[in-house]
Design a protein around this ligand. Structure first.
Ligand SMILES: [Zn+2]
Length: 388
């Protein structure tokens, strides 16, 4: 089967190609060409033609940090949660997602992993879930944010291994300064898990042993980490000092002010910035929606999800495409330069950089069509199949 995506404005890392034609064959991109070839494409028994009317065609988004949507959280002891969550993420144009856990009990983490496995066994009908992200429980109790301190514990390779046996763990966010934090980074890499520094009160010198052991990722950069001080630059300073730290950024203009977004996207190497949503179960829901998260009460008000007690931000309701639009609006950086931060960088870190995250010949046809006016996805392809 062949699909011809005609009249597409291709936005891919380093590429801005209006009026292009993308041919998809057997789940992969067979060609990307500019000009009038689109007009020549004729649908027949083996060829489907999709005219996208000049809308943006981008690599399907990869969200490595998101907790839920549509009222479902990945940590719910409910098989349906992953299905509904992955369905909502697909509507955002996310073609690959790492459902992210909260700081909860070991049993709850095991159940979440088992539910991800069930989704995989069902053939992953919506967004792909090649693995999960554990946010906590090995964090700094003083930097919990919206994570429940009751379940915080010391890094345990044994616990990580047990969970990864049920379903692949792609990433773990933990505090490097905790006991055994540096060695834990090495152990994670051995297990094929990306170790990430997050919910941390570390000083720069406390990060370095883990960095030397291979840690190259920071969880929601600037949020729940040591700020930059002129005599101790903390984790925020580390993110600016060390180029090859892959920094996750929540681009909802709430978690970070516009000036910080500008600072990050104009000063850091864009090859090491990853946009995430960190979205909660209240994403894709209406204002006034109230819920509990790891035992803490959260209310969605004016699009902001905050803890009822203490008013801490609990996470976001952001959609991936809107994050990209926000940064484009705030910084003026061309989309062809920013778009690597929504998929390709994530793919490279996971070892998929030669086949995922670009609209390029030979790459997997995980694609999203974005309406440039509303910034909502109007079509989404997974492995070349139009699922939305
Ligand atoms: Zn999170």
């Amino acid at each position: 089967m062949k699909t011809v995506i005609a009249n597409a404005h291709v936005i891919s890392p380093g590429v801005d190609l209006p009026r292009a034609t993308v041919v998809v064959k057997d789940g992969r991109i067979a060609s990307v060409s500019s000009g009038a070839r689109a007009a020549k494409a004729k649908p027949d028994a083996t060829t489907t033609v999709v005219d996208v009317g000049g809308q943006y065609l981008m690599p399907g988004f990869i969200d490595v940090h998101t907790h839920g949507a549509l009222g479902y959280d990945f940590c719910d002891a409910d098989e349906k949660a992953v299905f509904e969550f992955a369905k909502a993420k697909l509507q955002e144009g996310v073609t690959t997602v790492f459902p992210t856990t909260l700081t909860v009990s070991h049993e709850e983490l095991m159940t979440a992993a088992a539910n991800a496995k069930k989704y995989a066994e069902a053939g992953m009908p919506y967004a792909k879930v090649p693995g999960i992200h554990l946010e906590g429980p090995f964090i700094n109790v003083k930097c919990c944010g919206a994570q429940n301190p009751k379940f915080v514990r010391k890094p345990s390779v044994k616990e990580l291994r047990e969970i990864a046996k049920v379903y692949p763990v792609r990433q773990i966010s933990y505090a490097v300064e905790t006991e055994g934090g540096a060695a834990f980074a090495k152990a994670c890499l051995k297990l094929g898990v990306v170790p990430s520094c997050g919910h941390t009160g570390a000083k720069l010198r406390e990060l370095m042993p883990a960095y030397r052991n291979g840690l190259r990722h920071m969880t929601h950069f600037c949020n729940q980490m040591t700020p930059l001080h002129h005599r101790e630059i903390g984790m925020v300073g580390a993110g600016f000092l060390i180029d090859d730290l892959n920094t996750e950024v929540i681009c909802d203009r709430i978690h970070l002010c516009d000036d910080m977004l500008k600072l990050i996207f104009t000063r850091r190497d864009l090859a090491h910035v990853q946009m995430i949503t960190d979205s909660l179960r209240c994403s894709h829901c209406k204002d006034g929606y109230a819920f509990e998260m790891g035992g803490l009460k959260v209310l969605l008000k004016n699009g902001e999800a905050r803890l009822v007690e203490g008013n801490n931000l609990a996470g976001s309701t952001l959609w991936m495409g809107n994050g990209l639009k926000n940064v484009h609006d705030v910084t003026g950086i061309p989309l062809k330069d920013l778009v690597r931060c929504t998929s390709w960088n994530q793919a490279i870190e996971q070892g998929w950089g030669d086949e995922l995250g670009k609209v390029e010949k030979g790459f997997k046809a995980d694609l999203v069509v974005i309406n440039p006016r509303s910034w909502r996805p109007s079509a989404v392809f997974v492995d070349g199949v139009k699922r939305i």
